[in-house]
Write a protein that binds this ligand. Sequence first.
Ligand code: 4HQ
Length: 254
Amino acid sequence: MKMRFDILTLFPDMFSSPLRESILGRAVEKGLIEIQTINIRDYSLDKHQVVDDTPYGGGQGMVMKVEPIARAIEWVKSQNPSTRTIYLTPQGKPLNQDLARRLFTQSHLILLCGRYEGVDERVRELFIDEEISIGDYVLTGGELAAMVLIDAVSRFVPGVLGSDRSAEEDSFFNSLLEYPQYTRPSDFRGSCVPEVLLSGNHSAISQWRRKEALRRTWLRRPDLLAKANLFEEDKRVLEEIRNSSDDCGLRNTD
Ligand code: 4HQ
């Protein structure tokens, strides 16, 4: 089950190193994911290869022209007509783990990265199947958003994380934040690893970790608890956490 991403961008070089390093780089090498960048400029029919123009009605900045994008998408679709096309924009559906999991069920995605003031509205109307946002902030272009999406979705492809790990074992699968992790030394400048982790008592360790995951989620992201799948024991532990006033400095403050 290999996944393919075709990225339409004016800056294809932005994608080379993030997708060549580490886990994604290995996944590409192993052929588990295939990533192709397509320079929208190559699809301009204009002799100066112009890809943007001033907005009708006036106003600031430049708008990406419909024709080069249309031709680039049509070229990808001529190879695989069933591909879906995603446009990265703050106006899109917020990306989360559920959406990443759903995107993984598609074997081939086209990701359109906008620059400047975005794309001519007719690109949306005629070619875009879905609009996705990676968060409520403004980027200089859709390229980093596309990389975030590729990273989150690729983790679901079997083999990408290594044979003995699945994306679903990770924190967001059960909508809780991760418990704290420690490694050697056990005492760093007087700050010690919790005793239970050194005890070798596996059931006590699991219980402690579950409680810490619940505590963090309650203190930092209580909104996540609403959709978490909790056991009766979790609910009891949560009650205990709610009743204790000590937040261990874990609460988010701004
Ligand atoms: N942009 N999530 C504006 C984003 C963005 C986001 C991409 C900036 C599109 C035209 N994309 N361009 N946030 O801020 O996806």
